[in-house]
Design a binder for this molecule. Structure first.
Ligand SMILES: [Zn+2]
Ligand SMILES: [Zn+2]
Length: 139
């Protein structure tokens, strides 16, 4: 589900119509992106996975005029991975501990994995995603 005021977009809209003559704020996720974001600076939120929800802040930072041709979906930008470091030695981390995800040093490098008190089952790989370390997500 995502929300870009004044509307919420859901894969399963409730179908409840607006109250007292107001416009129904709920729309289907099948909406076209150009209808959801119609001006630069518009902001919203995207909630991924209701079991262990990750909320992302989304914003239209610009637009492109003209035809893009085929294919219709293209990757225009991508973030650089964040440099997560081992809590023991400050070298690049390769694993994150799910049991210590809220503590200051959930990251370990290969050399310091054995020094970490948790079992192998608690580790997930370091990946370039806001879902890293959550709910068995491995990229
Ligand atoms: Zn280390
Ligand atoms: Zn741990």
């Amino acid at each position: 589900m995502f929300s870009v005021p004044p509307f919420r977009y859901s894969s399963l809209p409730s179908g409840i119509s607006g109250l007292l003559g107001r416009t129904n704020p709920e729309r289907t996720m099948r909406a076209r992106i150009g209808e959801v974001f119609n001006c630069t600076g518009q902001k919203g939120t995207y909630d991924y996975d209701f079991g262990s929800t990750t909320r992302l802040a989304i914003e239209r930072t610009g637009g492109r005029a003209g035809r893009i041709g085929r294919p219709s979906v293209r990757l225009l930008v991508r973030n650089d991975p964040l440099p997560w470091t081992c809590g023991t030695c400050d070298k690049p981390a390769t694993l994150v501990c799910c049991a210590h995800e809220t503590e200051s040093s959930p990251f370990v490098c290969a050399a310091h994995k054995k020094a970490h008190p948790c079992s192998d089952a608690m580790f997930l790989p370091v990946i370039n995603s806001p879902r890293m370390g959550i709910c068995g997500y491995a990229g």
